[in-house]
Design a protein around this ligand. Structure first.
Ligand code: FEO
Length: 395
């Protein structure tokens, strides 16, 4: 148990060994944490629990610091199993405790755990007095599940917002100003890119609503990673930027190659971008983590995608990348496509179709090269990138 403010404690779990999340969908090389908060006032409230595998440790830690029977309320801001997994084991010990959650939260818990718990459903604007302080509830549907809500603790001015503003990062530190802020912001961007991007419109609306409430904010306390207290304005500004699809003037060249031909094209394109004074990066999709790649694409405004033709399509290593781009709905990107081929050469056209279907603007017709690029064709690649860079700057 770590003291955050007098009567407010962190009682979560740091998961140092987590390497993938959502099963194997999301890479988490820095581990994660499941933040849970205990508020001791005249009434006692626990806000969120932790993932099921940690239920025993979580409950044992909690029981060392408080008589579990004295917990009056368990507030469940969001019920995905990483936050609700320990709830059944906790409720088995204190079955009459009131669970406070959103209308969708009650439905979700019932469908996940099939228990007839004592629910108190709350909606935006509802307030619960704990004695000296109050809990104010703000529904935040689709940030990122329909059940999501935020809980604001008055007087201490702490917004407990579950996944929003969070990041998968195991850390010995609890606060942003005790941490490597560059790493914290990078992990927060990865979290947004891979989880919150499809709900960007809801994020902007919720931020506007939050700002209009003019709640004093001493701490923003997400359910994963570090808590914000010294970079609150910064993370709110970044959330606005990310949710509005505002990215950096950078072009990422994503490619894979079979016999180095597409690789040579990619590197020739990089020369063209360099000559145009564009910030760029080359990423070989075959040796890169898909979620990190998506984060790169999310943060950059331009993408060049290269694949040789393979079995009348593009390489299987490219497929997860284009599928994620489509599923996430990355906004305000421009692209062009290139690749080598031996005889049929469908990859470039198929990739252009995929990107266009994903809402990405194709700035110019793709460039193909048969078998290995000649010196002349490599110059064409440079020129292709220069033309792309010129259009990119004008967009
Ligand atoms: Fe951290 Fe959506 O659960």
């Amino acid at each position: 148990m770590i003291i955050i403010k007098e009567g407010l404690y962190w009682v979560g779990i740091v998961d140092w060994n987590l390497r993938t999340f959502h099963g194997h969908q999301l890479s988490t090389p820095q581990g994660s944490s499941y933040n849970s908060f205990l508020i001791k006032d005249e009434k006692i409230a626990l806000v969120d629990t932790v993932w099921g595998p940690f239920a025993g440790e979580f409950i044992a830690n909690l029981a060392q610091n408080i008589d579990l029977n004295k917990i009056d309320y368990i507030v469940m801001n969001h019920n995905e199993p990483d936050h609700s997994g320990a709830l059944p084991a906790l409720m088995a010990k204190i079955p009459d405790t009131t669970i406070i959650t959103s209308p969708k939260g009650k439905e979700t818990l019932q469908e996940l755990y099939h228990q007839n718990w004592n629910f108190k459903v709350v909606q935006t604007g509802d307030v619960l007095s704990l004695g000296r302080r109050e809990l104010q509830f703000i529904e935040a549907p689709m940030l990122h599940w329909p059940d999501t809500m935020f809980t604001y603790l008055t007087k201490d001015n702490v917004l407990m917002c579950n996944d929003a503003f969070g990041m998968h990062l195991a850390s010995a530190s609890l606060f942003d100003d005790e941490s490597n802020i560059k790493q914290v912001l990078q992990e927060a961007a990865k979290y947004f890119a891979n989880i919150l991007t499809p709900f960007s419109k809801q994020v902007v609306r919720k931020l506007d609503e939050l700002m209009a409430l003019e709640l004093p904010l001493d701490i923003i306390a997400p359910s994963h990673g570090i808590l914000w207290r010294s970079h609150i304005d910064k993370i709110i500004e970044l959330y606005y930027r990310w949710a509005r699809g505002q990215s950096h003037d950078r072009i990422i060249i994503f490619y894979d190659s079979m016999w180095e031909a597409t690789s040579k094209m990619a590197h020739a394109m990089a020369k063209g971008l360099r000559a145009s004074g564009i910030d760029y990066k080359i990423v070989n999709l075959a040796v890169s983590d898909c979620n990190d790649v998506i984060t790169e694409a999310f943060l950059a405004r331009g993408i060049l995608v290269g694949s040789p033709t393979f079995n009348r399509g593009y390489l299987p290593t490219i497929a997860p990348f284009v599928a994620e781009i489509k599923g996430l709905g990355l906004q305000k990107k421009v692209a062009a496509v290139f690749g080598s081929y031996g005889w049929s050469g469908e990859a470039v056209g198929l990739l252009e179709d995929q990107l266009e279907e994903s809402g990405i603007k194709i700035l110019q017709e793709g460039l193909r090269c048969k078998f290995q690029p000649s010196e002349e064709e490599l110059k064409d690649c440079q020129e292709f990138a220069r033309r792309f860079a010129h259009k990119f700057k004008e967009e």
